[in-house]
Design a binder for this molecule. Structure first.
Ligand code: CA
Length: 668
């Protein structure tokens, strides 16, 4: 270790130097007037010219960078004060040698005290549990053939079919037959099978036919101890620590900084090779902790919004909310997303509690991703846990989706209209026999656009359309939050047998997968997995969250229904109209249908479809009903909870019967 003066003495010297050359001191807490820094060298650059550290922390009065041999434990091998020319400039320290293999932290002296060490906010590699940043050669983390990795083709956003999964749920159960259960590498394994011989893993995804995998948070989060890889820990990961590094517990060696990076890239590469795009769930709206976060330890206060008492505002319900409207935070989000899209080749981003962010930030994200590839998809939760501090009209809320072209929002309108209230377990929806849900279902069918045949006053939540085009809405009936579909059906229809419950689930998903917009499903529902009734399984054990793949053989008929439903959507562009104009031109609701029935036609080879006309009708009641349809001969594509893509059975006339709790799809 090199010799260095006492921290306290140097802090005093540093303050004196700062005061002498600073004309207009930055006022603590006057965040909008903090001098911003636009350089692309923040925190670490390393190469032949040595190692340079650059920290943005205008109100620090001294900063130290420490160099370590280890990612955890041990003493620093080097410790150096960083310098700045003025308070307008970031802090800098330069080492002549390239410090590959070393770890580093910053600590700032602020308001009279030394804050805890932090890896900074831009760390791209970290040691175990993300406590220290690591200096590695990023190019060396690229798997073989990475330079040839390409995103699978995508013509338009409405071609997307999203499958949301957690690494551990998907592959940890013994029945998954995956040697890398719960890890990034699980998705690189081809040929895995359940004990009954059904495909699991990536082969299962291909068999199902989805186009995009949405992985739950996979950046470095705080609630799983990475140093104990063999213990059965579980968390969804909505507790961000290091935004620009992968989570260590999903790697085979969390102690080696390069391993998690390489293995995450291998995952993306394997999915791409198999024709599947990959979406990262990003959670910039809050951090795991407030005062102890890397944001707070780097530039105290700046990255968060505050309440009237000066404490953390908390629109996330997680203890704090970040301030995307501040320039350095907006840049941070934009740069982080760009980084994942370029370094890791991610194809989409799902923004947690997007309503906390401001609209300008989401538009900036869209604009930057367009420069990389306009087919990168962006969507988010257009809501927050409480009202954010900034004015509502500035927030990236669902109701403001039309102000954010190219950014999609989840439709809770369709979700709860179809299955019943998300948090009231016994609440029913259209698919489970609730009356009065018709307009909510119709709202979903058109992709939340303006359509003359919808009475918006009767839609459950939104009393007005909110998208410009169907490309801006995610249609779904379940996700990781709240009860999964199986549990919801069981809770709301307690007297129904399993076969009948599956019937409700099929009706619900048929509405999702035939609606205009982007369909989204939660992992395992295609084999009727459950979570034993647990609503919020964010830290539940494997007994609750892991998918038992033996269900696939047991519920093979149910799986085949999903597979056919997805194939139906993929092979018929009428269900994937990309603009409001096309929907209004081709989609017409059949008027005068009985209560608990929604029916419509897709006309004139909609979207270039080979079918000239399609009838789609949903019956939410427990009795078969007859409806009027356009006169003629029709192929029966779906009826009575079954699908026949070839439409071998036909009917003729101007009337058709929809079985109880089922969809009817006719074509000609
Ligand atoms: Ca972690």
């Amino acid at each position: 270790m090199k010799h260095f003066k006492s921290l306290a003495l140097l802090a005093v010297a540093s303050i004196a130097m700062m005061t002498s050359c600073q004309t207009t001191p930055v006022a603590e807490g006057d965040y909008d007037n903090y001098p911003v820094y636009k350089g692309d060298d923040l925190e670490l650059t390393v190469g032949e010219n040595g190692t340079k550290f650059t920290l943005w922390s205008p109100t620090a009065d001294s900063v130290v960078v420490r160099i370590y041999n280890e990612g955890m434990g041990g003493e620093p091998v080097e410790m150096r004060y960083m310098e700045r020319k003025s308070q307008q400039e970031p802090w800098r320290a330069t080492f002549d040698e390239a410090l590959y293999g070393k770890f580093y932290t910053f600590s700032i002296h602020h308001n009279g005290e030394w804050l805890n060490e932090t890896p900074g906010v831009y760390a791209r590699a970290v040691g175990v549990n993300g406590r220290r940043a690591a200096i590695i050669d990023m190019a060396a983390t690229n798997p073989e053939g990475w330079e040839n990795d390409v995103r699978p083709a995508l013509n338009q956003f409405t071609d997307i079919i999203i499958y949301e999964m957690h690494h551990r749920d998907f592959s940890i159960h013994a029945s998954a037959g995956n040697q890398y259960g719960g890890k990034f590498l699980a998705l690189t394994q081809e040929g895995t099978q359940s004990p009954e011989g059904e495909m699991t893993g990536i082969d299962h995804l291909k068999e199902l036919g989805i186009t995009h995998v949405h992985i739950l948070p996979s950046y470095d989060y705080g609630s799983v101890n990475e140093s104990r890889p063999d213990s059965a820990q579980y968390n969804w990961g909505y507790d961000p620590v290091n935004y620009n590094t992968p989570e260590g517990s999903y790697s085979t060696n969390a102690f080696d900084p390069a391993t998690r990076i390489r293995e995450m890239k291998q995952m993306v590469q394997a999915l791409h090779k198999n024709g599947i795009r990959v979406i990262l769930d990003v959670v910039y709206n809050h951090t795991f902790v407030g005062d102890g976060s890397n944001f707070s330890l780097t530039t105290p206060g700046y990255y968060y919004r505050h309440n009237a008492e000066g404490g953390y505002a908390d629109a996330s319900g997680c203890g704090n909310e970040t301030a995307s409207e501040r320039e350095m935070m907006r840049d941070y989000i934009v740069n982080s997303v760009k980084y994942w899209a370029t370094e890791y080749h991610f194809d989409g981003f799902r923004f947690d509690l997007m309503g906390i962010h401001d609209i300008e930030t989401m538009k900036a994200v869209r604009a930057e991703l367009d420069k990389i590839d306009p087919t990168i998809f962006i969507y988010g939760e257009g809501w927050a846990a409480a009202a954010p501090v900034i004015p509502g009209e500035q927030c990236a809320m669902k109701a403001n989706a039309y102000k954010m072209p190219g950014v999609a929002v989840f439709s809770d309108d369709l979700r709860d209209g179809v299955k019943g209230h998300f948090s009231q377990a016994t609440g029913r929806g259209f698919a489970t026999g609730e009356k009065g849900c018709e307009e909510s279902v119709k709202f979903g069918i058109v992709g939340a656009i303006q359509h003359p045949q919808i009475n918006y006053e009767l839609v459950n939540y939104s009393k007005a359309p909110y998208t410009n085009h169907p490309t801006q809405v995610i249609n779904y009936v379940s996700c990781h939050d709240d009860m999964c579909l199986t549990d919801k059906m069981r809770a709301s229809m307690p007297d129904a047998d399993e076969k009948t419950l599956q019937r409700y689930a099929r009706l619900a998903q048929t509405i999702v997968f035939t609606s205009q917009g982007v369909p989204f499903m939660f992992t395992g529902e295609e084999i009727f997995r459950d979570k034993k009734g647990v609503h919020n399984s964010f830290c539940s054990p494997d007994e609750i969250n892991a998918i038992d793949w033996s269900l696939k053989r047991a519920n093979r008929e149910h799986f085949d229904y999903y597979r056919n439903l997805i194939q139906l959507r993929k092979s018929h562009p009428a269900f994937r109209l990309a603009t409001a104009e096309l929907v209004n031109k081709h989609l017409q609701f059949i008027e005068g249908t009985p209560e608990q029935v929604v029916a419509y036609t897709l006309n004139d080879n909609a979207g270039g479809d080979e079918w000239n006309q399609i009838v789609v009708a949903f019956n939410g009641s427990s009795e078969a009903v007859e409806i009027e349809i356009p006169e003629g001969k029709w192929m029966v594509i779906a009826n009575d909870a079954t699908i026949d893509l070839a439409g071998e059975k036909t009917i003729e006339g101007n009337k058709a019967t929809i079985a109880a709790s089922a969809a009817l799809i006719l074509a000609r």
